[in-house]
Write a protein that binds this ligand. Structure first.
Ligand SMILES: Nc1ncnc2c1ncn2[C@@H]1O[C@H](COP(=O)(O)OP(=O)(O)OP(=O)(O)O)[C@@H](O)[C@H]1O
Ligand SMILES: O=P(O)(O)OC[C@H]1O[C@H](OP(=O)(O)OP(=O)(O)O)[C@H](O)[C@@H]1O
Length: 212
């Protein structure tokens, strides 16, 4: 039996992701949401679960430190890692948007922009396609503040309920892409542990179908 390591993004999607694994008969009896533990094992000792920062999941999987990762499409797009993305887990649904002050002109009428984002690569790609030259400012949070204090013209960020945008007097200028949590796999692991990885994917898939 292969030993598999799964890197799971800490944060808002972790609890639901653990539940999906449980539905697939991969259980971690020691897991508790308030625990500070970072490594868990299933009773059969075939799966090791490691909790990592969501921006680091792709690095763990690309380098082979983990065979499988559970992470948002936002982090996958920004990381541009050489991995397989094999399953949409339909958790953590939100979208990438361009947002800015209410008086921001339509994008067709702007010549250049300063864009603040936790996702500068995604921002660059989007505006490159639009043919709008941009300068990016990388931030690590509270991104909505950037246009309010004049640090940037617009932001590229995640929108879920829209509350953060609204409560800071901003508006959505364009939708970029729908985001959800995905299952990713290290390429070499998929070649050498195909059966075990495929089994986990099939088990998770059947759990997902039951929940529709
Ligand atoms: N409202 C939301 N804001 C941010 N991410 C969301 C939201 N809704 C769903 N997600 C998804 O959840 C994932 C984890 O988000 P979370 O905020 O917990 O981690 P994070 O962005 O690394 O934050 P932090 O740096 O505070 O740990 C995101 O990568 C995204 O795919
Ligand atoms: O549309 P909403 O439901 O308001 O959610 C979107 C907000 O949530 C995220 O921030 P997060 O809570 O991760 O905080 P951060 O500022 O530290 O990134 C994201 O960056 C937005 O700011």
């Amino acid at each position: 039996m292969d030993q598999l390591t799964i890197a799971l993004a800490k944060g808002r999607t972790a609890k639901q992701a653990i539940k999906l694994l449980q539905n697939a008969d991969i259980t971690f009896p020691d897991f508790h949401p308030s625990s500070r533990k970072l490594v868990f094992r299933n009773p059969e000792n075939t799966v090791k679960l490691v909790f990592v920062k969501s921006v680091d999941v792709c690095t763990y999987v690309e380098t082979g430190a983990a065979d499988i990762g559970v992470v948002g499409k936002d982090n996958i797009l920004e990381a541009d890692a050489d991995i397989y993305e094999l399953l949409d887990l339909r958790l953590g649904k939100c979208k990438f948007c361009v947002a800015g002050p209410k008086n921001t002109p339509p994008l067709e009428r702007v010549d250049q922009l300063t864009v603040a984002s936790k996702y500068p690569r995604v921002a660059k790609q989007y505006f490159l396609k639009k043919g709008i030259p941009i300068e990016t400012i990388k931030l690590n949070g509270s991104v909505e503040l950037a246009p309010i204090i004049g640090m940037a013209d617009v932001i590229v960020d995640i929108v879920e309920t829209g509350n953060t945008i609204r409560e800071n007097g901003l508006k959505i200028i364009a939708d970029i892409k729908d985001i959800s949590t995905r299952l990713i796999v290290n390429k070499a692991s998929f070649a050498t542990k195909t059966g075990s990885i495929q089994r986990i994917i099939d088990q998770i898939k059947s759990g997902l179908e039951c929940s529709v």
